[in-house]
Write a protein that binds this ligand. Structure first.
Ligand SMILES: N[C@@H](CCC(=O)N[C@@H](CS)C(=O)NCC(=O)O)C(=O)O
Length: 238
């Protein structure tokens, strides 16, 4: 089966990219040039009608939505996520949906606030301050959940989909938006969450993470003290 990942460095594809490397799947990387708005082209919208990155093509299939792609990969490879009939499947699904439709969605609103309130700056400031608080609550909740495992991962000693997704969301929350340093989460705010910190530390030196980050022109450190990919700002997420 041929795999093709439509990606832009440090966009949501990073989660999928880590999982593909973890599963040792050969993938063709198809760069989407955000500066040229290639993701808004008719050709790209034929793959993802929302015009969002990423898309993973698997043979004739064009898959979009990060969590859905991750789950598809896990289910088709029987790895990185609890199997459909296992006892931990239900809770893992709940947290996957939470990462996707709450944490990731809040980050999207943080990066693109004008899409919610227009260009009126007084509203943007209030919206972003509110989202910042929400993000702290989300990561604190995740930390409490992670603290109940033997760690460092969501499934104790076994790395999986939830780990890659959580870590990438933490990276973005501390690094973006580049244009407003009052809304980014401070390193110390996440470092105060011990179980989450343990997860980020474990992923910093994991081969699949290092390989995916390097392929997306991202240099270490990837989480604490992270820097954006070495690209013109118009091509960088957030
Ligand atoms: N819900 C989507 C969100 C994907 C997303 O936010 N993609 C960003 C890049 S990180 C994007 O395409 N941004 C361009 C835009 O919103 O116009 C998913 O999970 O795949």
């Amino acid at each position: 089966m041929a795999y093709r990942l439509h990606y832009s460095p440090d966009s949501a594809n990073l989660v999928i990219h880590i999982l593909l490397r973890e599963l040792k799947i050969d993938v063709t990387l198809q760069r989407v040039d955000r500066a040229k708005a290639q993701h808004h082209s008719a050709a790209y919208r034929a793959l993802n009608p929302q015009g969002l990155i990423p898309v993973l093509q698997v043979g004739e299939l064009a898959l979009f939505e990060t969590a859905a792609i991750a789950l598809y990969l896990s289910d088709t490879h029987n790895a990185l996520f609890p199997s459909p009939h296992g006892p931990s499947r239900g809770p893992a699904l709940a947290w996957l949906f939470y990462l996707s439709n709450t944490v990731h969605s809040d980050l999207r609103a943080q990066f693109y606030p004008h899409r919610h309130v227009g260009e009126q700056h007084e509203y943007i400031g209030a919206l972003r301050a509110g989202i910042r608080q929400r993000l702290l609550t989300h990561f604190s909740l995740i930390d409490q959940q992670l603290a109940q495992t033997s760690g460092p991962f969501w499934d104790g000693e076994h790395f999986g989909t939830l780990d890659a997704y959580t870590a990438v969301l933490c990276r973005w929350a501390m690094l973006y938006p580049l244009d407003d340093d009052t809304v980014r989460l401070a390193r110390d705010e996440l470092a105060a969450l011990p179980a989450l910190s343990r997860l980020l530390q474990a992923l910093e030196s994991r081969d699949s993470v290092i390989d995916a980050m390097h392929a997306e022109q991202i240099k270490a450190p990837f989480f604490w003290g992270a820097t954006p990919p070495d690209l013109p700002l118009s091509q960088v997420t957030g």
